[in-house]
Design a protein around this ligand. Sequence first.
Ligand code: PLP
Length: 380
Amino acid sequence: MVTYLDHAATTPMRPQCTEAMLEFLGPRWGNPSGGHVLARAARRAVDEARDVVAAALGAEPGEVVFTGGGTEADNLAVAGVLAHQGGTAVCSAVEHHAVLRAVEALGGRVVGVHGDGRVDLDALDAALDSQVRVVSLMLANNEVGTVQPLAEAAALVAERVPGAVLHTDAVQGVSWLDVAALASPAHLVAVSAHKFGGPQGVGALVVRDGVVIEPQLRGGGQERDRRSGTHNVAGIVGMAAALAATVDERDATVEAVGVLRDRLADGLLAAIPGCTESGTRVTKVAGTCSLLIEGIESEALLVLLDREGLCATAASSCASGAAEPSHVLAAMGVPRALAYGSLRLSLGWTTTAADVDHALEVVPAAVAQLRERSAVPVLQ
Ligand code: PLP
């Protein structure tokens, strides 16, 4: 039996998505940029998908730019604005590397967060000057689940640097939050299909009307010249189907998963001495249980959990296997030694009570086994 508690890394595809995609992996293979009957049919499918994605994200269809995933959407946002306007970028220290590395590569500024993972608005204020052309603040964090105060940040940016562009990486928000409402103050909004029951390798960037970005991929001029490259028709159609299902079921999923997550987190906190939760639960999305466990190393823990059929990760999946502990936990002030003992269990639309029961059984046992091996006493 495999228990999958790694939905923040990727999610199982929703059946509506698989079904929608199959047609475009088989009988309907046209290139939407062409002029004949098969091309027109493919273009119609992309247009319909665009309408669905736009409605779900609170955008106009013409504002949706399809990309090859969240990383590309984030890079396009940051680099696209700076290439057009010049100036510099600012982002929070807990952004996904897709934003953080793009900002750093362009010489931008990184601002700190509070202990709960929420951006320090005073530090943001101090980083804003007339040089700043784009500010990037994620909607929800991938490691800890923290939801950022986007509206407050947007108001601050608008007041301090009118004309600067606000980008939000909403990749981890779509399954849990009303992105159409919460991301409405942002000029640019990035999403990725595989985080909400869609396929990997496809995403979108909402570029609000009037905001100009310089394309980062040049070629045939697709996506109104904002992202060249033949459309991934099956992926785009699948993303739209997954997004529609996610939005339809979101309230019920948030409620059900929130109950499961709380039972899981409370159960593990009670069963494992020297275990704390990172972040503050009230400011986190419903699916994330992020723990810090004293006296163990996450990599060793993950090996034991994997043997028990439990799929989990340390901090972010991109960072797992890396020698450095998570940059997110470091920014939140978690001591380095403790950050090495991080465990992220992320729930999602397929998670059941049996998954939680399995985790409650195997995680405390695996931690105890590791501590026994190293015989490091843990203060209760
Ligand atoms: N942004 C966040 C917050 C993420 O969690 C991820 C993926 O882990 C990405 C961006 C990158 O998205 P993709 O995997 O589609 O490139």
